[in-house]
Design a protein around this ligand. Structure first.
Ligand code: FAD
Length: 451
């Protein structure tokens, strides 16, 4: 028996909110009718197959690790089966080659259910986009069989270091603070260094189960020499069982309990073949990290934060239709109607903005490459506005619902715990603002900055 009375709220869409449905919310200027239907199909799948298991993804109230992992691997395998992990892989490698806009719509729909699970799917997109942008067809050929096959695999991009993640994500510091060093040695690179927080990370066995075949490995930001700045920076693929890799236990944290599974990674003389350096030309590594890892990572975060906010709005709309104040449903009283209207206003503005910028990514000849200051500012705009929106929406939903929102059963508390890190990772909420200023009137460096 629950100690807290179950609130009259549901994570399933019990009412017909046409403004929140794909047919209304996705703008046909950026996508086709067929692509909206794809998003609708994913939405239906999410409602039926994922929503009922949201709490199990973190092992329920008691954080049962076995239940969490079983649920995570099972639901992820279903999504792999549905094809969502291969949506940005070119067709010639067996992928679906969807447009960035439809991928973002899928990202939003998945995040309505669980932003951690959506991020797990996004890891595969992340590594594919980096290898495709570098023109590494040899590596795409190597990894494609696992990405398009029947089995499910996970992957990790390792950036953050003990001296501070935001330094690496600061374009003015030009990767001179990176302390994961890749030293050339004949036909190999030998990597030494220490990363914090990359997820999912850990010993290979941790990622093998009935539903998960394993870990693809670590796409690692490192440098041949910090003094070289952008010329030294690169992305190095490290296989999951490479000798010399060492991991801490997974961290205990506020949200994303097992969907991320973050840990320290130590690289102790880890030797990789030279072809596992993803970038091939001087300066290309810095462009890939700035544009495809950080910039597009933030833009993907914007779509996720919007999906999460939509789900919270649905919950509070449903709940406030049943909460009666002096004979009238709460949501029909002007003060509360105004709050709900403002929540929708911010969510849809955040959505239309991230869709616009995603469409602009497909026109680099007009708007600039993903690593340009201008596009980086727009990616940061999208993520920071969506992050502030999610913060406002979660906070207001809880205030509207009172104790019912604070209760575990409302699901608002889990959404509230989960949105925060998506607002902060890849440099932090303040880094977003500085990168917006960099696009507006930069480039500028902080006077006297020392590494
Ligand atoms: C659940 C989770 C998943 C994660 N997944 C990954 C992953 O997959 N891969 C990975 O590499 N990392 C990952 N991270 C780490 C994350 O990206 C970093 O936490 C983030 O980049 C900020 O770095 P930091 O925590 O070291 O903060 P710090 O660099 O110590 O900064 C602290 C705060 O100060 C501000 N700040 C500091 N310096 C600057 C600056 N120069 N400009 C502007 N603001 C500044 C920022 O607001 C920042 O939030 C994850 C973290 C979490 C919690």
């Amino acid at each position: 028996m629950n100690a807290v009375p179950a609130p009259r709220a549901s994570t399933a869409s019990i009412a017909d909110y046409r403004l929140l449905e794909p047919a209304q919310k996705y703008t046909r200027a950026f996508c086709t009718e067929e692509e909206v239907q794809i998003a609708g199909h994913i939405r239906d799948f999410v409602n039926k197959e994922i929503m009922p298991f949201r709490h199990d993804l973190e092992g329920g109230w008691h954080r049962d690790e076995k239940l969490a992992k079983e649920t995570l691997h099972r639901l992820y395998a279903k999504l792999v089966d549905l094809g969502v992990t291969k949506t940005n892989l070119p067709e010639k490698f067996g992928g679906l080659a969807y447009s960035p806009v439809v991928r973002q719509m899928i990202n939003e729909e998945l995040s309505r259910a669980d932003i951690g699970l959506a991020t797990k799917v996004g890891k595969i997109h992340w590594i594919v986009s980096v290898m495709a942008a570098a023109g590494r067809e040899d590596l795409l050929t190597e990894f494609a069989p696992k990405i398009v096959g029947a089995d499910s695999w996970t992957a990790c991009v390792a950036i953050t270091e003990p001296a501070g993640g935001a330094n690496i994500e600061d374009p003015a510091l030009e990767f001179r603070t990176v302390r994961t060093i890749a030293r050339e040695d004949g036909d190999s690179y030998v990597i030494n260094g220490h990363k914090l927080w990359p997820g999912p990370s850990g010993y290979a066995d941790h990622f093998k189960s009935r539903h998960l075949s394993g870990h693809l490995g670590y796409w690692t930001v490192a440098t041949t020499d910090p003094k070289l700045g952008p010329e030294g920076a690169g992305i190095f693929y490290v296989p999951p069982d490479a000798p010399g890799l060492e991991f801490s236990n997974p961290y205990e944290k506020m949200g994303f309990s097992w969907t991320e599974s973050n840990s320290d990674i130590w690289f102790n003389d880890v030797r990789i073949p030279k072809r596992y350096r993803i970038d091939t030309q001087p300066g290309q590594g810095a462009q890939l990290i700035n544009g495809f890892v950080i910039g597009l990572g933030r833009l993907a975060g914007a779509a996720r934060l919007v999906g999460l906010s939509d789900a919270v709005l649905e919950i509070v709309l449903n709940w406030s239709s049943n909460r009666i104040i002096a004979g009238t449903p709460m949501r029909e009283r002007s003060m509360f109607a105004g709050m709900l209207g403002e929540m929708y206003r911010a969510i849809d503005m955040a959505r239309q903005y991230y869709l616009t910028i995603t469409w602009q990514v497909t026109k680099p000849d007009i708007y600039g490459a993903p690593w340009s200051r201008e596009m980086k500012a727009k990616f940061s705009n999208a993520r920071s506005f969506a992050g502030d929106t999610a913060q406002m929406v979660c906070n207001r939903a809880m205030e509207l619902m009172g104790a019912a929102g604070y209760a575990y059963e409302s699901h608002v508390e889990k959404y509230m715990r989960d949105y925060k890190i998506v607002q902060m990772w890849l440099g932090g909420a303040q880094r977003d603002r500085i990168d917006i200023a960099q696009g507006l009137y930069g480039p500028f460096k902080w006077a006297g900055s020392e590494f």
